[in-house]
Write a protein that binds this ligand. Sequence first.
Ligand code: KIV
Length: 281
Amino acid sequence: MKKKTVLDFTEMKVKGEQVAWITAYDYPTALFGEQAGMDMLLVGDSLGMLVMGYDSTIPVTMEDCLAHCQSVRRGAPNTWIIGDMPFGSYQTTDSDAVKNAVRFIKEADVDCIKLEGGQRVASRIKAITDAGILVMGHIGLTPQSSGQLGGFKAQGRDVKNAREVIKDALAVEAAGAFSLLVEAVPPEVTAFIAKKLSIPVYSIGAGPCDGQLLISGDMLGQFKIFTPKFVKQYADIASVTVDAFKAYIEDVKSGAFPTDEHVYHIIEPEDEFEKLFKEFG
Ligand code: KIV
């Protein structure tokens, strides 16, 4: 499979071809994602909740993100990978934002970075873009600022709020982002934004546009703490895993595992081994 470039994503928008992507945090998911033909993989800071067991994305560090991006790159060498900038890595200054974005590129070999926010992070997007790094914007429900939003709540549902979401989208494009992710916004608003912007606009829980993202743990039925309305579940990995673990425990306790097929056999006559065991009494 040939790795896509930024030009492919722009062309896909023009041709009306959908981009399908998921989050990945580890080597096996990346490997399977690439085998399946995912257009992109996002190493989201949602790894804090999906993989590390935090109850928000706030505690996730640059080091956490870089390590997971490195694992994903090893699993998917030919797939476009997005590094997600964690809380605290770009909120302070443009210069901190550039330094941390550079780390994603140099240390984790990602293809672009994503950061949350619209008008208020326009100078960060411009500074990172000016440093030669591709930026994906992320507006609507932005989990890192869910406290300010009053929780994990859909955005743009009334005209006043939709106006802000549209202004955010315009600000992200004007600042130089190559694409935009819109989260948990009504499809009417998303469709308007996707038509208005010339950069590709992707959705997570925001209806049809230029492509769709789902969190891998949600669509695989692995993360059961809460499942947003917009998730379509394609597997139930949690049940498959628990059932497999239970069957293994039963086999171990009953002696059904291991059997002859699971052991390495001796390669010298048995009496030689008898002599060896005798040596030790
Ligand atoms: O971290 C993540 O997975 C994200 C998605 C919620 C869009 O940013």
